[in-house]
Design a protein around this ligand. Structure first.
Ligand code: ADP
Length: 430
């Protein structure tokens, strides 16, 4: 209720009392009796409202009294303030019980640990999944409940962006996924899921692709051998076979590249969660990739800008394959023009940049580029010997090095691929 609204209502009440006073004056013929009646009327109206207000204050669980409009406005505001206060009181004194009840009713296993990873609380589902009793384990460290280096290292790093998959115990099929989130001063809420089935299916898919690719290698090598030796055995009359044989050779080479990429991708996936801590001299690596590619593409300009000298903790072979896939793409998808490769420092960490002035990519394709076998232009990709797996490999290598891949491109103007590594992967200080 506004201030002026209140004043208007009070003014009406005074007018009413004055009217009663004037009526008494006329009836009794005495102005003093009229004034006393008006005053009495005003005081009793206020007294009556005040007494109802005090009664409600004494018993706040009741609805506020419905006074006239002036008091009703004040009462409604007081009532709202009061109910908010009551609601807070309900949560504050026993907020721990409230929290335990709400998270305890979750079907997903949840626990709360402090900054020293000591168990503060867990729900029934977590007790069941981890086969523990909260009463016995409260205060115990998570690393004692679930021994294994991966979990300890993950918690020490305090980077909870990606969930952790972890195999506790000796059963290789049993796999748990932990998702940590910080809350309060320094506590962590941990959700735990049994992902054994999902993990098994992913492993089966990886093994299947790996095995098929591996099995295809031997027959392909034999076929390629015959295709290569046949021309030397052919007579002049068989010259018309030369074109089909050349085409067979091209296709066999494509299949070989495809199998090599599939096997490599399966291998990278298998070791994705493993430690990658070789000390990689990125400047030397970039120089050697550039030298290899300059000899394969002698008429192209590959410009190196090695501004940072920082070395990375990672897997040299994986980094080599990611870099060469990016540079080969830059060469393949630009007919002429230079390809620039940069290694720079940024505020977040070192950055690898591969830029070209080639065909470019329409914005709608960019989000899907790292999907396996996604091609912007299938015929162009096949023409230049693409397998459709190059950027999938780059993405996997980036993820397993905690790096992020960014793509910027303008159709017809060129593309820029940036891989931003976290400073935590650097062996050298800033
Ligand atoms: P591919 O083996 O077909 O090159 P990739 O996974 O390496 O497969 O790349 C996926 C698709 O992204 C390519 O088919 C191509 O259309 C597009 N692409 C990749 N790099 C570039 C680039 N530098 N310029 C233009 N298009 C590119």
């Amino acid at each position: 209720m506004t201030h002026t609204g209140l004043l208007a209502l009070e003014f009406r009440r005074v007018l009413l009392s004055m009217a009663v006073g004037v009526a008494c004056w006329i009836a009794m013929g005495n102005p003093y009796i009229g004034a006393a009646a008006a005053l009495l009327m005003l005081l009793s109206l206020w007294g009556w409202q005040l007494s109802r207000l005090y009664r409600w204050f004494a018993n706040p669980d009741e609805m506020p009294p419905l006074g006239d409009a002036a008091v009703r406005g004040i009462l409604r505001d007081v009532y709202l303030l009061r109910s908010r206060g009551l609601a807070q009181e309900t949560v504050t004194p026993d907020s721990r019980g409230y929290r335990d009840d709400s998270i305890g009713s979750l079907r997903e296993a949840a626990m709360i640990v402090n900054s020293r990873s000591e168990l503060l609380w867990c729900n029934d589902a977590a007790e069941y999944l981890l086969n523990i009793e909260l009463a016995e384990e409260e205060g115990n460290r998570l690393s004692n409940l679930l021994p294994g280096k991966a979990l300890t290292k993950y918690m020490r790093k305090e980077n909870f962006q990606k969930p952790l998959r972890f195999r506790p115990g000796s059963d290789p099929e049993y796999c748990l996924q932990f998702e940590f989130s910080r809350f309060g001063a320094s506590d962590r809420l941990v959700f735990i899921k049994d992902v054994s089935e999902q993990d098994k299916l992913e492993r089966m898919r990886r093994d299947f692709v790996g095995n098929v690719s591996h099995e295809l290698r031997t027959p392909l090598t034999v076929i390629k051998g015959y295709i290569e030796t046949l021309p030397s055995l052919m007579s002049e009359r068989d010259a018309r076979l030369q074109k089909p044989l050349a085409s067979m050779e091209t296709q066999v080479t494509r299949m070989e590249n495809l199998i090599a990429d599939l096997l490599w991708l399966a291998q990278i996936e298998t070791v994705e969660g493993e430690r990658k801590e070789d000390l990689v001299d990125v400047c030397a690596l970039l120089s050697s990739v550039a030298a290899e590619l300059r000899s394969a593409w002698p008429d192209r300009d590959i410009a190196l800008h090695l501004i940072s000298v920082r070395r990375l903790l990672g897997d040299e072979r994986e980094l080599h394959s990611a870099i060469s896939n990016l540079v080969v793409n830059a060469l393949k998808y630009s007919v002429t023009g230079p390809v620039s490769v940069k290694w720079l420092d940024s505020a977040v960490g070192p950055v690898l940049i591969v830029e070209d002035e080639g065909l470019g990519i329409a914005a709608k394709h960019i989000p899907r580029l790292t999907e396996r076998f996604y091609r912007v232009d299938t015929s162009r990709s096949q023409e230049v010997g693409g397998t459709g797996l190059g950027l999938a490999i780059v993405k996997h290598v980036a993820v397993s090095h905690e790096a992020k891949l960014f793509v910027e491109s303008q159709l017809g103007e060129g593309s820029c691929f940036r891989v931003v590594f976290p400073s935590s992967r650097c062996a050298d200080p800033d």
